[in-house]
Design a binder for this molecule. Structure first.
Ligand code: F6P
Length: 328
């Protein structure tokens, strides 16, 4: 029989994402609702190793639902990748009387959680939070919707200059090995062409679509380039390459960078964070462990952590088709 849960720890780990604070808030408030103690762990797994804990109650998380980043702070801990590091973390949890952990983050966070749970038979529940949307078993990760809106807003501004000066802009967006941000923001911002890692279409397709646009009378263009795309050229080399093929292009490059990770979370991300945070605490109460709480077809679902981190990246063919049709 599993141990009765009285105290839950919560941490954020890996790259920050808008909505993490809202998720922490939901976990803390759900603990309060179910009369459980809650402990915030600062600096992710590193703080776990060092015992950087603070008791959180319902009032500790006032005024955080609207804040980007994570007030618990985040790290990518190298020490937690070692068995000794994880042992220290377990000792800290035992000393603090913490019975279960909610880990908020992406695949690295979940991988650490699986190791830890296996080694110490410790209950771990994950909440997917990364702007990359690269976690399997959930339709959305926290922060993705906000990042998309940030990217679209930025490209809208770039479009003003592109159109005023008849320029071709290459805009690099984040996403690591996933093209979700690029594909969706590209459609939302009306991009000419979208380069994503899941498709190795090469540069030929991009040149072809630029040629077609020129012939159809377009005077400016925007190409969205996912940071992980596989042409083998970085975005500046891509710009040079296009210029070598056709010198008439007045090309500029814009790398959006970390502005995509910041900012106040969208309403969608706040609601998602609230649902997943409550779901995580309820899963722990129900005796579940090594699972992620995700959203699939509008329903809160429970997915094994191993599944969440192991799926193969896939391209949404329908989205690609829509992008192709709407950019003619
Ligand atoms: O995983 C989120 C993400 O922003 C990726 O899109 C990007 O590749 C990476 O993190 C950047 O990491 P860092 O903040 O460590 O430079």
């Amino acid at each position: 029989m599993s141990k009765k849960i009285t105290k839950i720890g919560v941490l954020t780990s890996g790259g920050d994402a808008p909505g993490m604070n809202a998720a922490i808030r939901a976990v803390v408030r759900a603990c309060s609702y179910y009369h459980l103690e809650c402990v915030g762990v600062y600096r992710g797994y590193q703080g776990l190793i060092e015992g950087d804990f603070e008791k959180l109650d319902a009032r500790s998380v006032r005024n955080v639902i609207n804040r980007g980043g994570t007030f618990l702070k985040s790290t990518r801990s190298l020490e937690f990748k070692t068995k000794e590091g994880r042992k220290k973390a377990h000792d800290q949890l035992s000393e603090a009387g913490v019975d279960a952990l909610v880990v908020i983050g992406g695949d690295g966070t979940f991988t650490g959680g699986v190791f830890f749970s296996d080694e110490f038979n410790f209950p771990i529940v994950g909440i997917p939070a990364t702007i990359d949307n690269d976690i399997h078993g959930t339709d959305y990760t926290l922060g993705y919707d906000t990042a998309l809106n940030t990217v679209v807003e930025a490209i809208d501004k770039i479009r003003d200059t592109a159109s005023s000066h008849n320029r071709l802009f290459l805009v690099e967006v984040m996403g690591r090995d996933a093209g979700d941000i690029a594909l969706n923001s590209g459609i939302g911002a009306g991009a000419e062409e979208i380069l994503i890692p899941e498709e190795d279409a090469g540069v030929a397709r991009m040149l072809e679509s630029l040629k077609k646009s020129k012939m159809s009378g377009k005077t400016s263009s925007i190409i969205v380039v996912a940071e992980g795309e596989k042409s083998g050229k970085n975005i500046f080399q891509l710009a040079e390459f296009i210029h070598e093929q056709d010198e008439s292009y007045d090309i500029r490059v814009s790398v959006l960078g970390h502005i995509q990770r910041g900012g106040s979370p969208s309403c969608f991300d706040r609601v998602l964070a609230s649902k997943l945070g409550v779901g995580a605490v309820e899963a722990i109460i129900d005796g579940k462990t090594k699972v992620m709480i995700g959203l699939h077809h509008q329903n809160v679902v429970t997915v094994p952590l191993e599944t969440a981190i192991k799926g193969e990246p896939k391209v949404d063919k329908e989205l690609r088709r829509v992008a192709d049709i709407t950019s003619v």
